[in-house]
Ligand binder design. Sequence first.
Ligand code: ATP
Ligand code: RIB
Length: 311
Amino acid sequence: MTQKIVVVGSCMIDFTCFSPRLPKPGETIIGTKFEKKYGGKGANQCVASAKLGGSTALVASLGCDTFAQEYLEILKKENVDTSHVKIQKDKHSGIAHITVAEDGQNTIVIVLGANESLNREHVDSAVDVIKGASVLLCQFETPLETTLHALRLHQGHGLSIVNGAPAVENLDPEILKLCDIFCVNETEAEIMTGIQPVELSNVQQVADKLLAKGCNAIILTLGPLGAVYASKANRNVMLIPATEVQPVDTTGAGDAFLGAFAYFKAYHPQLSMDECIRRACVVATQSVLKFGTHASFPTISDLPADLFEDK
Ligand code: ATP
Ligand code: RIB
């Protein structure tokens, strides 16, 4: 059976320290809580779609450790097709060290581990799933050549979205040309364009630079401000505002946005681009009101019913 949404991406084990504030370089501060959770941008985006009721498949690599077995069980419980999640015998699972401050902001250091072993052959083994999906979603926590391969396989079979996170400087422009939509947050856009800080007053310039690099269309997420969209066909940026809330934990907000956006594109293809982005912002806004990643992603029953209507 093929799934509507396929993610070729990462799995990470998230070790999160909650702290009054983010430490300064060289500083040690006493935190308030520690949690081990399951994350990774690829798996998070897949779970965010699945929690909305999307049929999803994940093509990913986990390591040879107990975390991997636990993660597989979690993904299965979320109804994610894990037939193409492989265990790499000689690697540890990807690890993320996360600090979350009381104002909801975070910093993250990742060690890729088994995610580095996600290769062309692995993607080839999932070719039917990739070609059968209406939406392909990729990120930058797995090798770029593997992502390129997945994008080439999916070409002509549906919509492809690349989340350029974490940011890569001097990116192979082919990846930007191959995907239908390239999505980054402000920090990633700053690294890619050299425009700093990215703010509402210069988003047109940011969009122009990303489109000039070869993107077909871009979404720039702007935290509480929402997101902007621009494309080759219409370079004028369109702002889709979010309703600002006081976040408790923004970890995975971008993943909630992307998973939800993929869901609306796959299940409500007649909706306009700005409406899909608006609805994805509603889902992402909900996610920043709860701690964690998967646990913070809303299900259909947590959201207004009209979010799932066709108009
Ligand atoms: P992450 O913290 O996971 O790296 P991100 O930086 O990739 O997240 P953001 O641009 O911060 O992603 O947020 C993604 C989306 O989440 C925004 O477009 C918006 O819809 C929603 N969002 C984030 N913060 C807030 C907020 N304070 N109020 C309302 N919505 C928010
Ligand atoms: O986007 C949030 C995710 O980034 C975390 O779950 C962490 O694993 C890192 O990959």
